[in-house]
Ligand binder design. Structure first.
Ligand SMILES: NC(=O)c1ccc[n+]([C@@H]2O[C@H](COP(=O)([O-])OP(=O)(O)OC[C@H]3O[C@@H](n4cnc5c(N)ncnc54)[C@H](OP(=O)(O)O)[C@@H]3O)[C@@H](O)[C@H]2O)c1
Length: 253
């Protein structure tokens, strides 16, 4: 039996390492959104499954006995679909999703349900830094600002439709680098997704230091009954308890 790990986050990477260290037969899956992802320490497939049937075909062909969904907190479709399929098949399934960020003293955060709500919170004349990912660009259409800077990992093919431009850079970023970036552009408003990632926190700390207003996009809703843990350690503990644990190679007792 093999564990299917839906990856694409730093937590998935850490979990993959923990599974490899324990000798748990694991197949990781990446959507293929990042052109040159850092290799994972377990066998990895890349690209979408091709919908419900494609996902079920992979489950059968690879002898998948359990699924851990460690995709990004904003990856809404894959998480709901995986939950529904695993529930139907009676396949053990766990969602690894770290807790969201908490504002502290000195933070100026406003939460928004989506990009439409966020746009209404950004005054004309603002200098906006979008840390919302390449795929979010179309959703910002209609944003009125003096300039807009969208950070991306890969240089995009798409034209940039605002004054400003893409900022091509690969995470993680530390607070000094973030302060330097925001100061260079004169950022007044930072937009982030509530991803909760520890290594994404630096931009929020930099915004606090510079007095920048932050708009935090809320996470998408999750299906009822989705079994969720917030840490890699909890996910590894769940694997230890799997019914077919004895079929998995050399888990430490
Ligand atoms: N959304 C974000 O802000 C964000 C940020 C960082 C990383 N990511 C990562 O990028 C991937 C895509 O994000 P998204 O927002 O487009 O997700 P999504 O809307 O939930 O998924 C879109 C489609 O991408 C494919 N897919 C997603 N995750 C996959 C995986 N781990 N392995 C194989 N196929 C996968 C599936 O295609 P098929 O229907 O063809 O199976 C899915 O229907 C996710 O793996 C996520 O962890 C997303």
């Amino acid at each position: 039996m093999t564990l299917l790990l839906l990856a694409g986050t730093s937590d998935a990477r850490r979990l993959a390492q923990g599974l490899a260290d324990r000798g748990v037969p694991t197949l990781a899956s990446l959507a293929g959104a990042t052109r040159e992802p850092v290799a994972l320490p377990v066998p990895t497939r890349r690209g979408g499954f091709g919908g419900v049937q494609g996902f079920q075909d992979v489950l059968a062909a690879e002898g998948i006995g359990a699924v851990i969904d460690a995709t990004h907190p904003f990856a809404a479709r894959i998480t709901t679909r995986t939950h529904d399929i695993c529930a139907t098949l009676g396949l053990p399934h766990l969602r690894l999703e770290r807790p969201g960020w908490q504002a502290g003293p000195g933070d100026h955060w406003t939460f928004a349900a989506d990009e439409e709500e966020a746009k209404a919170l950004i005054p004309e004349g603002s200098v906006v830094f979008l840390a919302t990912g390449r795929q979010s660009l179309p959703a910002w259409e209609g944003l009125r600002a003096a300039s807009v800077h969208l950070r991306v990992i890969d240089p995009p093919d798409a034209p940039f439709t605002f004054p400003g431009g893409f900022v091509v850079a690969r995470p993680p970023f530390d607070i000094r680098a973030e302060v330097e970036t925001f100061a260079r552009f004169g950022v007044t408003h930072l937009v982030v997704k509530d991803s909760g990632a520890a290594d994404g926190r630096a931009k929020l700390d930099a915004a606090r230091e510079l007095g920048i207003s932050v708009i935090v996009l809320r996470r998408p809703p999750r299906p009822d009954g989705l079994r969720t843990v917030g840490t890699v350690a909890e996910a590894l503990a769940w694997v230890e308890e799997l019914p077919f644990r004895s079929a998995l190679a050399s888990l430490p007792g």
